[in-house]
Design a protein around this ligand. Structure first.
Ligand code: GLY
Length: 342
């Protein structure tokens, strides 16, 4: 078992990483943070088949349980599913001191967290992320929300969970591509903030409690400094500025696009004499080991799009670059710099 404490002034919480947690200590950990009876589990129709009964069986002797199931997939991060979940919970007579559990991947975590932030002006919730991607990213840090009016995460709130429970055994039910999707974010944490994690990954071990712990240490540290995303948290966007463009244009999964985007940002750093070549080579090797895409795109062709994005009113983009493995820096690039330097 590995444990991290996210030290936020008003909302401190633990992240527990434990192999077979869902089989063994699930109930014990929930009881440590919740002493009422009623729990509502929010999940999707895929995760329902894999884990809902298992979780309910483990909790049924100690809690009164009910659940709401929504369709799986990104389309469910919608106002319609938000309304559906709230309606179901109200029909089922949810009270303001009841607990929600988000059992599933990123969509479930974001939607359930947003319901938890708004129903009764706020309910407690626990995250049980079941995909590697959600374990590495969205389940930590309290960003919740839904997509609306064609905009990602445009309706949302910062709402920290009471507890996050990660069982690495859930990786066994992810297909290879979905697993890789999480690996992109896991490796990113090593590159921006934890050289030890990259060393641990060198021999391509199974993703253990220790590896998840070392990766989440980086996100935890950043969230503690910048809970509401006003500065430091942008370092978590390493690989994302280019990655987002590539993801939309070529249909990569998010973590795959982050892998390709990291390589592009590393090459940009090399051209600016910020990133040493060995650093690029080391990241390339690790991405290769974990079968992440290594496709080459010329970052210069996409720089213009990032700066002239119509949402970018300031005309400056913050790139996250890597001066050294396990360290990152913010590099501001304006319209004028673009003409001068590239
Ligand atoms: N996914 C980046 C963040 O949590 O800020």
């Amino acid at each position: 078992m590995k444990e991290l404490k996210v030290e936020l002034k008003n909302n401190p919480y633990k992240i527990i990483i434990e192999e077979n947690l869902l089989e063994n200590n699930l109930c014990k950990y929930i009881k440590e943070v919740y002493n009422n009876k009623k729990i509502f589990i929010i999940t999707d129709d895929c995760v329902e088949k894999l884990y809902l009964n298992k979780v309910m069986n483990k909790l049924k002797n100690d809690f009164e349980l009910d659940y709401v199931v929504i369709p799986h997939g990104e389309e469910s991060k919608s106002i319609e599913q938000y309304i559906y979940v709230c309606q179901e919970l109200i029909k089922k007579d949810i009270r303001r001191n009841n607990l929600l559990i988000a059992l599933g991947g990123g969509v479930i975590g974001d939607l359930c967290g947003f319901v938890a932030s708004s129903l009764y002006r706020g309910l407690p919730y626990i995250g049980i992320p079941t995909s590697l991607l959600s374990q590495m990213d969205s389940s930590i840090g309290g960003k919740t929300g839904i997509d609306f009016y064609g905009r990602k995460n445009i309706l949302g709130a910062f709402k920290q969970p009471k507890l996050v429970l990660i069982d690495p055994k859930t990786h066994d039910t992810l297909d290879k591509r979905e697993f890789n999707n999480g690996m992109g974010e896991l490796i990113k944490h090593g590159v921006i903030g934890n050289k030890k994690l990259l060393d641990l990954l060198k021999d391509k071990p199974k993703i253990s409690e220790e590896i998840i712990y070392e990766s989440l240490k980086v996100k935890k540290r950043v969230v503690e400094i910048d809970e509401f995303d006003t500065g430091e948290r942008m370092t978590l966007n390493f690989g994302h500025t280019f990655g987002h463009i590539i993801e939309l244009k070529f249909g990569y999964k998010h973590g795959e696009a982050v892998a390709v985007g990291m390589l592009m940002a590393l090459r940009m750093g090399m051209d600016l004499n910020i990133t040493p070549k060995e650093c690029y080579d080391a990241v390339y090797d690790i991405l290769k080991k974990y079968d992440l895409p290594l496709d080459y795109y010329d970052y210069k062709e996409y720089l213009h799009d990032t700066i002239f994005d119509k949402k970018n009113l300031a005309g400056t983009v913050n790139f996250i670059l890597i001066p050294k493995l396990g360290e990152c820096m913010i590099y501001k690039l304006s319209e004028d710099d673009l003409k001068e330097k590239f």
